[in-house]
Design a protein around this ligand. Structure first.
Ligand SMILES: *[C@@H]1O[C@H](CO)[C@@H](O)[C@H](O)[C@H]1NC(C)=O
Ligand SMILES: *[C@@H]1O[C@H](CO)[C@@H](O)[C@H](O)[C@H]1NC(C)=O
Length: 446
């Protein structure tokens, strides 16, 4: 018999079936905030994330050396943040170089430092002095990194969606005048030249109303129809990202990668906020993980992937003043899950349990501004206007957390982690069965 006889159609179909049913490796980033007096040690956190979860990248809101060191040789990407107050001094090349010598050089590349986020939501919160120095500081820091030979580390800066004038419908979105040409165009040009990502912090939680609950939570709903494009939006996350995309495109930068530096939903909150509960948090985070790992993209960006960082890793008891702020965590300080949405390795995850109610929000209320002295609760002149509550999904400008503290990136799935962590035994068993079946079929065909 001719050993080179091509495989039969059945065999081909089977092979295709196998290839398309091997699950893609799921991964996700988280923001590791530290405003709690009961949080585990960074070394415990690094070990836990590496061995028990699909989390493959973290973002911190400062340059905490204990955390950076703890993630050395963990394979987990770490993004760090330049405190807002340091921005003006970093426009000086000598200071930028010193900053890197102090905060990066001792730890890199043992710790895979991925992004240096320059400030947090600087345009939104100001003051003007920081806004004016933001892009110059990013450029000087980048040059300093290149000089050191660290040019794999990217520079970016996360934005609240207060940078948008409107987001409803997405086709009519644009950046706020003043920031658009003055700050965002130069920043996007820099990000394009350095192949870095544009970071945004979309929160559908803050666009919530009872009428658009399902739209905010990735649940079935009639959707939002955009007449100009003929596209229907089935969730607010897509709407917000497409609004960012349209705004970027209007400035001439449609191709710069978009990074979701922060997004989340609290599992508990002030009594008035009944929508802050573990059921909704699980619906949102579950829908988000499915969305970003599907690779489906959005209506205007089909097939695009977005490196995504959930806010936040832990419930942080010193945040506030609202209870909502203390309850954004995926985990309690003792590493128990607040709700189960597949963050644990499939093989190791406990059997799906009913969603645990969270009650670990202590009453102590520290200053929410501890990590971010420049965040003022009152919005500066250019900040978003009061939300225009309409019957449909709300406009984008409400999707702003008023105490954003932290976050960063998610794209590279390490093949090793994929194999090790993300394919349940049952799938492997079925693949083996199929492979054996193929051999039998080929054998029979020959
Ligand atoms: C488009 O946005 C502008 C500015 O926000 C607004 O004035 C206008 O009414 C919007 N048009 C549509 C069709 O929504
Ligand atoms: C924050 O607000 C306080 C008082 O409301 C003010 O004195 C301070 O200058 C503000 N800081 C910034 C960075 O805007």
């Amino acid at each position: 018999m001719n050993p080179f006889k091509p495989p039969s159609l059945n065999t081909l179909l089977l092979i295709i079936f196998i290839i398309t049913t091997v699950p893609a490796g799921n991964s996700i980033g988280v923001n590791y905030g530290t405003l709690g007096d009961n949080l585990p040690l960074p070394s415990q956190v690094a070990h836990f994330l590496k061995t028990r979860t699909i989390i493959d990248r973290i973002r911190i809101f400062d340059v905490n050396t204990d955390i950076i060191k703890a993630f050395a040789n963990s394979g987990i990407l770490v993004s760090v943040t330049v405190p807002n107050g340091d921005i003006p001094s970093l426009t000086n090349p000598r200071n930028a170089r010193r900053w890197i010598d102090t905060n990066i050089r001792p730890f890199y590349p043992a710790t895979k430092i991925h992004y240096i986020c320059v400030g947090t939501e600087v345009l939104h919160w100001g003051p003007q002095n920081l806004v004016d120095n933001l892009v110059p500081a990013m450029k000087v820091l980048h040059s300093a990194l290149v000089k050191e030979g660290f040019d794999e580390i990217k520079i970016s800066s996360p934005h609240s969606l207060g940078i948008l004038l409107s987001s409803d419908p997405p086709s009519n979105a644009s950046f706020r005048p003043g920031w658009d040409v003055g700050n965002l165009a130069p920043m996007l040009e820099f990000l394009k030249e350095t192949k870095s990502g544009f970071m945004v912090n979309p929160y559908t939680y803050f666009g919530y109303s009872p009428a658009n609950a399902n739209f905010c939570l990735f649940k079935p709903n009639p959707g939002l129809f955009d007449k100009a494009t003929g596209l229907t939006y089935t969730n607010q996350f897509d709407q917000l990202l497409d609004a960012v995309y349209v705004s970027m495109k209007k400035l001439g930068y449609p191709d710069v990668e978009i990074v979701v530096a922060e997004t989340g939903w609290p599992s508990g909150g002030d009594p008035a906020n009944v929508h802050a509960n573990p059921v909704n948090a699980a619906a949102y985070i579950g829908g988000l993980m499915k969305k970003v790992n599907s690779g489906d993209g959005t209506p205007l960006m089909p097939g695009r992937k977005f490196e995504t960082y959930i806010f936040a890793l832990f419930n942080e008891n010193l945040k506030g003043p609202s209870l909502d702020e203390k309850n954004f965590g995926l985990f309690r300080p003792d590493f128990t899950q607040v709700y189960n949405v597949g963050i644990m390795h499939a093989a190791l995850a406990p059997s799906p349990s009913p969603i645990a109610a969270t009650s670990d929000a202590p009453s102590s209320s520290g200053s929410r501004w501890d990590d971010a002295p420049f965040f003022n609760k009152t919005t500066p002149g250019q900040a978003p206007p009061a939300s225009s509550a309409t019957a449909g999904p709300t406009t984008v400008n409400t999707n702003v957390r008023d105490s954003s503290l932290g976050s960063t990136t998610t794209n590279v799935v390490l093949a090793a982690r994929l194999v090790e962590n993300n394919i349940p035994d049952v799938v492997i068993y079925n693949i083996l069965r199929l492979v054996m079946f193929i051999f039998c079929t080929i054998d029979a065909a020959l």
